[in-house]
Design a protein around this ligand. Structure first.
Ligand SMILES: C[S@@+](CC[C@H](N)C(=O)[O-])C[C@H]1O[C@@H](n2cnc3c(N)ncnc32)[C@H](O)[C@@H]1O
Length: 232
């Protein structure tokens, strides 16, 4: 997805509706955050965490509550999404522990390496595979040796015979009601056109090519898969 499309997708309206839309999937998200905090639990008490595609800050708010000494850098190209997060960070009293960077990772000023990074539901928006590998490489370059990346994406083998049935269950979960065939077809097209849903092995392979040791898949819920991996 190019910058223009991304700005249109995560515009003012989408940013204000984002959290309520995701409320239906809160159990999925809570499970991902719960496991992610277990993956990162061994980090120092003053760890620095890079959150790429922080959106409205869900993962930061969750981690900040569990680890009160950690500091966070939120990298987010959509100003409306970042504004929502900034407001929530102020309301929850964590703004002083956060750096808010409006833009992509390559424009983040250089700084001390991070102990860990998160990229939750972000890399699937990068349609070109070499760019997606470059995205992981960019994160790798910002981490300490042995630093940890947690990545999650919409992922599936879309050529597999089971994909149609899985997608329908996924769509129904998100829509929460009976879906017309027409609506289902529209969503299918949007997924094909705007989101790079690839087989789990391919996403893990791109993380590895980006400079991470063998990714460990620790999470799956519907189409969302999650991995952690250490900087090689
Ligand atoms: C689906 S939201 C996920 C937000 C948050 N991580 C969460 O789990 O709720 C994806 C976010 O990634 C951002 N994004 C998309 N492509 C990006 C990229 N290449 N680099 C950084 N952020 C990106 C979007 O602007 C959007 O806010």
């Amino acid at each position: 997805m190019n910058d223009e499309k991304l700005q249109a997708t995560f515009n003012q309206q989408a940013a204000s509706a984002y959290d309520s839309q995701w409320a239906r999937l809160a159990p999925f998200r809570d499970a991902l955050h719960l496991l992610a905090s277990a993956v990162l639990a061994g980090l120092p008490a003053d760890a620095r965490i890079l959150c790429v595609g922080a959106g409205t800050g869900a993962e930061i708010l969750s981690l900040a509550e569990k680890f009160p000494g950690w500091r966070f850098t939120a990298v987010e190209p959509s100003a409306p999404m970042l504004d929502v997060f900034r407001r929530k960070a102020q309301e929850q009293g964590i703004a002083s522990r956060c750096t808010f960077h409006e833009g992509y990772l390559d424009s983040l000023p250089s700084c001390e390496p991070f102990d860990a990074a998160t990229s939750l539901l972000v890399s699937h928006f990068i349609l070109q595979q070499d760019e997606r590998t470059g995205f992981f490489r960019g994160i790798r370059q910002r981490l300490c040796p042995n630093g940890i990346l947690i990545n999650s994406d919409l992922t599936s083998d879309t050529d597999a015979p089971h994909y149609g049935a899985l997608l329908e269950v996924w769509m129904r979960t998100m829509a929460g009601a009976d879906l017309s065939q027409e609506k289902l077809e529209q969503m299918r097209t949007a997924y094909r056109r705007d989101v790079a849903i690839l087989a789990p092995e391919m996403v893990a392979g791109m993380m590895a090519s980006g400079g991470f040791d063998r990714p460990v898949q620790f999470y799956q819920c519907g189409l969302i898969h999650g991995w952690f991996a250490r900087a090689a």
